[in-house]
Ligand binder design. Structure first.
Ligand SMILES: Cc1ncc(COP(=O)(O)O)c(C=O)c1O
Length: 414
């Protein structure tokens, strides 16, 4: 037998083992000052490409005013208790009605956090007789929701409709044998590489197979579709998404999330989602703040237009300079480079310290060994100067990477 803590201290986990080298800089960095296109980091100003404040609402004066007024009126505690017991208000209901209307669904249900909400919704939607079929590249909240499932689950290859169909055939056999149903789960936008989920093709399979579709549209909400209703609206299949999910943590620059679907399904979630039944309700300041943000998204299309001006300038500028930005068809902009982890760290250090550009860095095991992914999130607060200055910086560091300069720096530091 071993002591639990002895094991934990010895084996810090796949990320924790890098803490000494990475903490405070590559992980848990402290971005300072108001949320914007340029923020403080390590004593200097950097262009920030790592904040999901797509529409620039995080620090918008009207949003700050609404948040402060709601907090002054209600504090951060009200309402106390779970929604079902004592934490329900007319504003929670109003926000649900408005979210549902915004994404063209009958009804919506608020949850406190996207991650927990998704885990709990998956848990609530299926029984052990049902089968889940989900994209292998799904966000952790989907993977962890599926982990709670007592029945069969199949993954399909990322955005691969042939693979989905093969797995639907298998799932259909299992569901028929068990007397269960099938839940297919995709993301509206895959947040690492920026590809939209192939919702149109997935929905087309409903002609042949009997399943319900749950879509996590965390990055699509507010950024895609004519009115910002997300990836389903962009692809013309919003009506065919059976359960729609979006978080307030990105375009809405807040906290909380919601599910939207037919009234009866939402009512079922209200009475069966354990993350909400056994947790305190979303505080009023968040709810009123979200109402303000949603109103601004609805009435200020110029925010999305500015966002897309920056997305287009950034993505076309990078492509012109020969960068591999994969198959993104959303705002999320990946830059794929080749190199090992020490090189990647030396490169990002140079990028931040000497070029004043801050973006997220993703390496193995999230992406294949030998690849480096710089992940950029353009927002409505960026300027075209931010875009051109950053593209210059990326070109300079790519050239150093290719010359092996970062390999030498990394080796010298070992
Ligand atoms: C695709 C996706 N789903 C769910 C979540 C979780 O949302 P929240 O931050 O509200 O917990 C995130 C990240 O925020 C996300 O990127």
């Amino acid at each position: 037998m071993t002591d639990l803590f002895d094991r934990i201290i010895k084996d810090k986990g796949p990320l924790g083992k890098w803490a000494k080298q990475a903490e405070g800089y590559y992980v848990f960095p402290k971005l300072e000052g108001p949320i914007s296109n340029r923020m403080g980091f390590n004593g200097k100003k950097v262009i920030t490409w790592s904040i999901n404040d797509y529409l620039g609402l995080a620090n918008h004066p009207e949003v700050l005013k609404a948040d402060a007024a709601a907090a002054a009126e209600h504090g951060m505690a009200y309402p106390m208790g779970a929604r079902m017991m004592s934490g329900h208000t007319e504003y929670h209901e109003q926000l649900e009605r408005e979210c549902a209307e915004f994404v063209c669904k009958e009804a919506a249900y608020l949850v406190n956090f996207g991650y927990q909400g998704m885990v709990s919704a998956i848990d609530a939607l299926v029984t052990k007789h049902d089968v889940i079929v989900y994209d292998v590249d799904s966000h952790a909240c989907i993977i962890d929701g599926v982990r709670l499932h007592h029945g069969k689950r199949f993954t399909f290859m990322h955005n691969d409709i042939e693979s989905l169909e093969k797995n639907l055939e298998r799932a259909t056999k299992v569901a028929e044998a068990n007397g269960g149903g099938i839940l297919v789960i995709s993301e509206g936008v895959f947040g690492m590489r920026g590809e939209q989920g192939k919702l149109k093709e997935i929905v087309a399979l409903k002609q042949k197979y009997n399943f319900r579709l749950l879509v996590d549209d965390a990055h699509g909400f507010g950024t895609l579709g004519k009115t910002g209703a997300g990836a389903g609206q962009e692809q013309g299949v919003q009506d065919d998404i059976d359960v729609y999910f979006a978080t307030f943590a990105k375009s809405m620059a807040g906290i909380g999330a919601f599910f939207a679907a037919d009234k009866e399904i939402i009512q079922y979630l209200q009475y069966n989602m354990r993350s909400q039944m056994f947790a305190k309700s979303l505080p009023m300041a968040m709810v009123k703040g979200a109402l303000k943000r949603l109103d601004m998204i609805r009435t200020m299309p110029e925010l999305k237009e500015k966002l897309w001006e920056n997305v287009t300038a950034l993505q076309s500028g990078l492509r012109e300079k020969g960068f591999n930005i994969g198959n993104t068809n959303t705002c999320v902009t990946p830059i794929f480079l080749e190199g090992d982890i020490p090189e990647a760290m030396a490169m990002v250090h140079d990028l931040r310290e000497n070029y004043g550009v801050f973006c997220s860095i993703v390496v193995y095991p999230v992406i294949p060994k030998g690849m480096i992914l710089l992940r950029l999130i353009p927002t409505a607060t960026h300027t075209l100067e931010d875009v051109s200055e950053s593209i210059e910086a990326f070109s300079a560091i790519r050239s150093k990477l290719e010359k092996g300069i970062y390999k030498r720096i990394a080796a010298a530091m070992m």
